[in-house]
Ligand binder design. Sequence first.
Ligand SMILES: Nc1ncnc2c1ncn2[C@@H]1O[C@H](COP(=O)(O)OP(=O)(O)OP(=O)(O)O)[C@@H](O)[C@H]1O
Ligand SMILES: [Mg+2]
Length: 426
Amino acid sequence: MGACCSIPSKTGLHSHATTNGHSSGTEFSSMTTTTAATTSGSVGRRSQFFEAASECSNGIISDSGLILESPNLKVYTFLDLKTATKNFKPDSMLGQGGFGKVYRGWVDAKTLSPSKAGSGIIVAIKRLNSESVQGFAEWRSEVNFLGMLSHPNLVKLLGYCREDKELLLVYEFMPRGSLENHLFRRNEPFPWELRIKIAIGAARGLAFLHGLQREVIYRDFKASNILLDSTYDAKISDFGLAKLGPADEKSHVTTRVMGTYGYAAPEYMATGHLYVKSDVYAFGVVLLEVMTGLKAHNTKRPRGQESLVDWLRPELSSKHRVKQIMDKGIKGQYTTKVATEMARITLSCIEPDPKNRPHMKDVVEVLENIRKLNVVPDRSATKQTVSTSSRASPLHHQYGYRAGALGVERKRAAAGRLRVENEIVA
Ligand SMILES: Nc1ncnc2c1ncn2[C@@H]1O[C@H](COP(=O)(O)OP(=O)(O)OP(=O)(O)O)[C@@H](O)[C@H]1O
Ligand SMILES: [Mg+2]
């Protein structure tokens, strides 16, 4: 491992500093170079990635996902994407992460060529921040992984642009934003039923990656990388740090430590040894966030409570204490049994020894059962504030949740009412 540890703190942005500016994420650079150098149309040859990862050992792939024999990505010019975003107009910005800014753009539904705002389909266009040293490696990794993998719980990459220093990625638009937005930047509690639905979707996405014969380790699992479509189906985004798993019976790959504080597994932080099960740890951290409504890492919390896992792990093994740590905003939406079963699976995902953590396909099964378990007899206990939005889905009506109301400062819970205060992302 190099001398770098790029794990950031509470912002949730990984600043991928590097000692040498080389790739952190991908092991098939020759294919990447060919891909990136292509100037028109789709990339049309069998890749090393396909060779490495194409056989599936457990059948998940034939259920709902596949590895494409060659990526079917549109290659855009910079001018195309300037047109699609009205010259990267600030008011079309969807968000910003460690890689750069993400803009809303318009393309033709059939050809994916840029179109005028309001005609065709909306896409999300990520533009690399030119100061990012690590940017090219992440861009390349994203093109390689997302260009080849297709699964309902992975975000779709539609195309890319590489022109001089400009590196961009074009994705399907995810209208409900990220899980992070809903859990932490809300002015109303995010309903339990949506939380568990999203957890299951994201778990399926990870199970797919881990089910490939040559496993893919995602390495950056966190709430901000779980994006949501119009019906809150979850899709994992951001494959910039993803790596092919170990080959030749090895248990792990050794690599520079990168990721986000609070989510990175302890063995990886301590040694740079990255296991498939390191993703399972991060998934457990997200489950804990889903249960508590609290961020994985927050330096604004009192001493000893900055790391959610270190702070709340002991509470997870007691039925009584689990009730205390559940997000108070969703009280009445889940049964005690559901809370204790959630605690149990969370606890096993965050086991300190990776060998003791479950496989993601088993986590999917457990979560699906937990979802079925949740028969709440009295729904009147759930706060009902039915949205008046014409775009509201049946889920909105069922749970009275307004997804549009993001970024609004939520009143902090009255002191003493909550044992654990809810948090708002700055
Ligand atoms: N495909 C998409 N559809 C809709 N919004 C998106 C899409 N991709 C990204 N966004 C928005 O842009 C924001 C920034 O995304 P980005 O992945 O760059 O950063 P991040 O996940 O917040 O942080 P990090 O760089 O650590 O991954 C997201 O929070 C999301 O709201
Ligand atoms: Mg992201």
